[in-house]
Design a protein around this ligand. Structure first.
Ligand code: AHG
Ligand code: MN
Ligand code: MN
Ligand code: MN
Length: 327
């Protein structure tokens, strides 16, 4: 455990990053710059999200992404904002994004690779429900300045050096980890800055909330069906928004489990390993929670392809264990 400078609630994000950067294993200024670039892009996206009903950014573009989702205008806009911010920063050499079919080669000397879901919860944009952004940061494995290799972009979640999410909710929050615990910051739109509001976040070990799209329950496996029945027998509370970030964040604060299992429609699960599950798995573990695909630790999976899907069980440790104990 590295020494941690205690940060008072209300510390601005920039100062927090600066005061904590000595615990990063690698060139600290670079990772700090990436976090600042992401925070800046998220403020721009937040501005657009908040005006969604007023300007022409609701609705679909008419195209589909690699995963087969109908791209929404805000998906595309957020992708552009984050890509631009990270490209300008110069620390990132390659980007894996839900909205880009193959990885984006930024052709620079950057030492980092980013995986990003620029806009999570697309189906909730037009109905004014919370949406998010999810990101993972990796060190590139091949030498800086040389062509990007498969090993740079298909890394195990366990190799993340930082990960986080932005939740555009009743307030906007940035939650991230660099592998030394999890901290949450709330955006003050009048000052244009994030401030530390949730220091050293811990996910309760137990909880009473289960989050799953039960509309697909007919095609769940028997163990998953049995676990859901168990939740009902325990009189747990069902909560499912349909924005992964928001469902995860609630369970992180209150204690709960989120499950997106294999279904008939999505036999490998729906969620994407590289830019959805890995970041949240890293954050969950850093907060004392757990994340699996039903069998193994999410962070130990070596991805084979960029848009690979996985079943996802994440949340309070004891609940994830229990959900995996049925057969
Ligand atoms: P995205 O909007 O980035 O494509 O992600 C959608 C994901 C995730 O946010 C959410 O939890 C899940 O899809 C909801 O899927 P269902 O509508 O099948 O429940
Ligand atoms: Mn999508
Ligand atoms: Mn998503
Ligand atoms: Mn998305």
């Amino acid at each position: 455990e590295t020494s941690r400078i205690a940060q008072p609630i209300g510390s601005p994000l920039d100062r927090f990053i600066k005061n904590n950067q000595d615990q990063f294993a690698y060139a600290s200024g670079e990772l700090s710059q990436i976090l600042r670039d992401i925070a800046l892009a998220s403020k721009v996206v937040n501005r657009e999200v908040n005006k969604a009903g007023l300007i022409d950014i609701m609705g679909a573009v008419g195209s589909q992404n690699m995963a087969g989702d109908d791209q929404q205008k805000l998906d595309v806009l957020a992708n552009i904002r984050f890509t631009r911010a990270l490209a300008k920063g110069g620390e990132v050499c390659a980007l894996v994004s839900e909205e880009s079919d193959s990885f984006v080669d930024l052709s620079n000397e950057g030492k980092y690779v980013i995986a990003i879901d620029p806009l999570d919860g697309s189906s909730n944009i037009d109905v004014n429900v919370s949406i998010g952004t999810i990101f993972s940061v990796y060190r590139r494995k091949s030498p800086a300045g040389t062509p990007i290799q498969q090993e740079d972009i298909l890394q195990r979640g366990a190799d993340q050096v930082a990960a986080g999410y932005v939740l555009y909710g009743s307030s906007t929050m940035l939650v991230y980890t660099t592998g030394h615990g999890v901290n949450g910051f709330t955006y003050d739109p009048t000052l244009g800055e994030y401030f530390l509001s949730h220091p050293n976040m811990h996910m309760p070990e137990d909880g009473r909330i289960y989050s799953v799209n039960e509309g697909s329950a007919n095609s769940f496996s028997k163990p998953v069906k049995d676990y859901i029945q168990y939740c009902k027998d325990q009189k747990y509370t069902a909560r499912y928004i349909g924005s992964l970030v928001a469902d995860f964040h609630r369970n992180m604060l209150k204690g709960g489990v989120y499950i997106y299992p294999a279904t008939a429609k999505d036999p490998d699960g729906k969620l994407r390993l590289i830019y959805e599950c890995n970041a949240l798995a890293f954050i969950a573990e850093q907060a004392g929670g757990k994340a699996t695909n039903g069998q193994m630790r999410i962070l130990d999976i070596t991805p084979g392809t960029l848009h690979q899907r996985t079943a996802f069980y994440v949340g309070s440790k004891n609940m994830v264990d229990k959900s995996g104990s049925f057969s």
